[in-house]
Design a protein around this ligand. Structure first.
Ligand code: HEC
Length: 106
């Protein structure tokens, strides 16, 4: 059977994991960029009375919001989120999204 062939199986696993890495940011690197975020969203990402929870949201959702804040497409109170995203690069936003998405929502 095809799947019993160890080389085919290894290639299959390799393909799967390669796809995963490409699709997402790096949560370990993302954590190193959270110095600013935690003062409002909390180190657990659960937010406060004025900042929403970001822990455990979908990675794509977080990334898309960060991109929208960065470009100014999505406004925020006093432009605060624009301020905290405008100096970040594409990879930074992807890695931040991966980190916050990896935290538990509850
Ligand atoms: C000075 C406070 C402050 C800082 C610092 C800050 N945020 Fe925010 N963030 C907010 C507020 C307030 C909102 C709500 C914006 C609105 O909709 O008006 C928000 C919204 C968001 C959202 C949208 C959530 C959703 O579901 O729509 C994400 C994602 C987010 N912040 C991530 C981050 C990340 C990542 C950082 C660090 C790079 C960060 N924030 C730094 C205050 C802050």
């Amino acid at each position: 059977m095809l799947i019993r062939n160890p080389i085919v199986t290894a290639l299959f696993v390799l393909l799967l994991t390669a796809g995963e890495v490409q699709a997402g940011g790096d949560p370990v690197r993302g954590k190193t960029l959270t110095n600013d975020c935690i003062s409002c969203h909390g180190s657990d990402g659960k937010g406060s009375f004025e900042s929403p929870r970001i822990a455990g949201l979908g990675e794509a959702h977080i990334y898309n919001q960060l991109k929208a804040f960065e470009s100014g497409e999505r406004p925020s109170v006093d432009g605060i989120m624009h301020l905290y995203t405008e100096n970040l690069g594409e990879q930074d936003l992807a890695d931040l999204a991966a980190y916050w998405a990896s935290l538990s929502a509850d």
